[in-house]
Ligand binder design. Sequence first.
Ligand SMILES: CC(C)(COP(=O)(O)OP(=O)(O)OC[C@H]1O[C@@H](n2cnc3c(N)ncnc32)[C@H](O)[C@@H]1OP(=O)(O)O)[C@@H](O)C(=O)NCCC(=O)NCCS
Length: 145
Amino acid sequence: MQINLRPPKGGDEAELAILCGEMDYHSDASEVTARLLALSGRDDHMVLVATDAKDKPIAWVHAHLSFRLVAEVFAELGGLVVSAAHRGQGIGERLLVEAERWGKEQGVSIFRVRSNVVRERAHGFYLRAGYEQFKTSYVFQKMLS
Ligand SMILES: CC(C)(COP(=O)(O)OP(=O)(O)OC[C@H]1O[C@@H](n2cnc3c(N)ncnc32)[C@H](O)[C@@H]1OP(=O)(O)O)[C@@H](O)C(=O)NCCC(=O)NCCS
């Protein structure tokens, strides 16, 4: 099957939203549109879409630079998802390699991935791609109302 990689474009939003749902981040097309708009033109973020032969999005990756006062800037995965029907064909690996290439182009030496403890298969995917688990964190959150 022919897979192409390209930046997102108008008309992709509904498919990208469905893919967000496959990562258990439920979004609708208008929310995805607003988020893409917020990221467009920012050179510290990259989004790449994998499409099938009909140019329909079947996977996407988002990476960005992370700035910390306590550490040197690094690249980080914001999200990576391949549609359930297309997993296990190397598409996730291709997108991850492109995200890493982008990170290198930004001049950073570290690419970091945070992955929920429940995503056990994804952990195997990252280990196979050369990543090592170097710490475990709790994530705290508070609603600002
Ligand atoms: C993790 C994910 C991006 C990998 O994409 P992919 O295109 O299937 O990956 P590749 O084909 O390059 O590599 C396949 C490997 O991915 C891993 N994998 C993780 N979840 C998988 C799944 N649901 N189905 C198939 N393979 C999966 C396996 O290690 C698999 O190797 P195996 O077939 O020897 O077990 C994809 O499975 C996915 O979108 N999962 C749901 C969302 C998710 O967990 N994203 C990561 C967030 S941190």
